[in-house]
Design a protein around this ligand. Structure first.
Ligand code: DAH
Length: 344
């Protein structure tokens, strides 16, 4: 019965030892000492064969009970150590929810793009579809076929950027999209063509790159009245129902007759100010009935069809609508300026 006492002593001893333990390494060490291959209880079980047969059963049972007891104890201890570690870890990495967040500034579309979209949408609502053309354009489409011959003084009106590719220019207006459309489509045609254009120009109201939108409507029996109606509706939508509108006779090579369209000054309401140069009026767009020479250049029957066209500068509209004093503000990307137009 020596072995029995030894086992009971072992139990008491190790129970205490385990109680004092508070880290996983020590726990493993102690476990090995007791239950490992050469562990104390393992040894007892191994030596069981040397025990007199009448005691063997009792000792064996006791050894197994003690083994089970420690296995359970070790499992529980291991869990409690792990729980404690986790708790400490969580305490260390506690989040201070009172700290202010890092603010990520959300971007917004640029005022020029927004105005371009707004204007395009107005015409789309009226039934126009959107057409596009390249910014590097054939000289022929930009000038000749629009009834602007080589030696025509009108070419000087639009200071052209020539590029080192024979017969091509940076388009000076969106009007060549008229030509491209009429070369590929038969009337009825109703398109608007928004996009970038380029001119050798730079001052507070002119930029070497700016945006235009072109309109073209071709069908049987299209009259000047139709043009007037469309433009009136468009200008009232952009500037409000109360805007005054004036048509002045003008000249463009691709339209005949041609007009320039003015609206009552949005700054002074018509009284006269610096923006309208004391005239009370602001020039907004150019328009007219498509010149028969243009129709002939693209092969449209001038006996059967008539049409109107118009073109306007997007930056100018944006400047008037939002009272922006210098066009360069639109292109310098100063966030103090740009962010003022968020959500317009
Ligand atoms: N292309 C002209 C310009 O850039 C604007 C323009 C005027 C377009 C009259 C037209 C038009 O279609 O009929 O100054």
């Amino acid at each position: 019965m020596e072995l029995k006492k030894e086992l009971e002593a072992l139990k008491g001893d190790y129970e205490k030892k385990f109680e004092e333990i508070n880290n996983l390494q020590e726990l493993q060490k102690l476990k090995a000492e007791l239950l490992g291959k050469k562990g104390k209880i393992t040894q007892v079980l191994k030596n069981l064969k040397n025990v007199p047969p009448e005691e063997r059963k009792e000792i064996g049972k006791l050894a197994n009970q003690i083994k089970q007891f420690f296995e359970d104890l070790i499992k529980a201890k291991e869990q409690s150590i792990k729980d404690k570690l986790l708790e400490e870890e969580l305490k260390k990495s506690q989040i201070d929810i009172t700290l202010p967040p890092f603010w990520i500034e959300a971007g917004a579309p640029h005022v020029v793009k927004e105005t371009l979209k707004e204007i395009t949408d107005i015409f789309v609502t009226m039934g126009f579809s959107v057409a596009e053309g390249p910014e590097v354009e054939r000289e022929e489409y930009n000038f000749d076929m629009l009834n602007i011959p080589k030696d025509h003084p009108a070419r000087d009106m639009q200071d052209t950027f020539f590029i080192n590719k024979e017969g091509y220019v940076l388009r000076t207006h969106t009007s060549p999209v008229q030509i491209r459309t009429m070369l590929t489509k038969k009337p009825p045609i109703a398109i608007v063509a928004p996009g970038r254009v380029y001119r050798k120009d730079a001052d507070p109201t002119h930029s070497p790159m700016f945006h235009q939108i072109e309109g073209l409507f071709v069908d049987e029996n299209v009259t000047f009245k139709d043009l007037k109606g469309i433009l009136k509706k468009f200008l009232e939508t952009v500037f409000g129902e109360n805007i005054s509108i004036r048509l002045r006779p003008s000249y463009f090579p691709f339209t005949e007759p041609s007009v320039e369209v003015d609206i009552g000054c949005t700054v002074c309401g018509g009284e006269g100010c610096r923006v309208c140069k004391s005239t009370g009026w602001l020039e907004i767009l150019g328009a007219g009935m498509v010149d028969p020479n243009v129709f002939e250049a693209v092969g449209i029957d001038t006996e059967k069809y008539t049409g109107f066209a118009f073109g306007l500068g997007i930056e100018r509209i944006a400047m008037l609508k939002y009272r922006i004093p210098d066009i360069r503000l639109l292109f310098t990307n100063d966030l103090r300026f740009n962010t003022q137009f968020k959500g317009i």
